[in-house]
Design a protein around this ligand. Structure first.
Ligand SMILES: C[S@@+](CC[C@H](N)C(=O)[O-])C[C@H]1O[C@@H](n2cnc3c(N)ncnc32)[C@H](O)[C@@H]1O
Length: 220
């Protein structure tokens, strides 16, 4: 058991039944943790949690994992989760850098990347969550029919992401340079950052990346 000094402000996070202190111990066992074989969707970089908690509350037959590396931000996310937790939500205080410590091959069905930090400087490109080194890891953790759903306000990051997904052999669909003025917006659940950019009148870029490429799908 990892012993940590938990600041008082973070006690509500650690005390919430949806919080998982040792995600590494659940590697390959997430279905056992949720006590069902439902699909598992994960958001990497959940921030203040509006997106993932809204999803979890409205889709009880899907399991959700909120991954966020700053525990202080989790202190805000947890306010959106009932004190008794949500049975289909797991919250982990973790860095995408260590994904392979937490998940086995094919454990996830969907990964959401919402307004990931764009790391605009070229020398920081490796830190972008859509850098091919991350995409290769996501590919391992996704089921064969798994997908990655991305939204961003940053066109350079978006264009970079498209290039990296293609390099990694994903099939891209539903590419939009203005999500909120496209039919794809139907059923869209907004994030805190998304609302901020929408209020500024900025376009939101989006895409869906399929693990199986056109060749695997028999389309070529
Ligand atoms: C720009 S915010 C977006 C938050 C939220 N998804 C939204 O759209 O409102 C990016 C979030 O991703 C988290 N993050 C960045 N890199 C991460 C990583 N490697 N692992 C886990 N979380 C990360 C940051 O701490 C931050 O909360």
């Amino acid at each position: 058991m990892r012993l940590r000094n938990v600041p008082k402000s973070l006690e509500p996070v650690r005390n919430n039944p949806s919080y998982v202190d040792r995600p590494d111990e659940l590697k390959g066992k997430w279905s056992e943790y949720f006590n069902n074989s439902n699909s598992i969707y994960m958001e990497i970089g959940s921030g203040k949690g509006q997106f993932i908690t809204t999803h979890a509350k409205s889709n009880e037959s899907i399991n959700y994992i909120a991954m966020e590396r700053y525990s202080a931000v989790l202190g805000i996310l947890i306010k959106k989760v009932p004190e008794e937790g949500l049975p289909n939500l797991a919250i982990i205080d973790a860095d995408a850098e260590n994904l392979l410590d937490y998940f086995d091959d094919g454990e996830l069905e969907r990964i959401f990347l919402n307004f990931s930090d764009p790391w605009p400087k070229k020398r920081h490109a490796k830190r972008r969550l859509t850098n091919i080194r991350y995409l290769e890891i996501y590919k391992k953790l996704l089921k064969d029919d798994g997908i990655i759903v991305l939204k961003t306000d940053n066109q350079d990051f978006f264009d970079f992401s498209i290039e990296q997904f293609e390099l990694a052999g994903f099939l891209l669909k539903d590419i939009t340079y203005d999500l909120h003025n496209s039919p794809l917006v139907e059923g869209n659940i907004t994030t805190e950052y998304e609302e901020r950019y929408l209020n500024q009148g900025l376009p939101i870029y989006g895409l869906t990346a399929y693990k199986l490429n056109s060749y695997d799908l028999g389309l070529v």
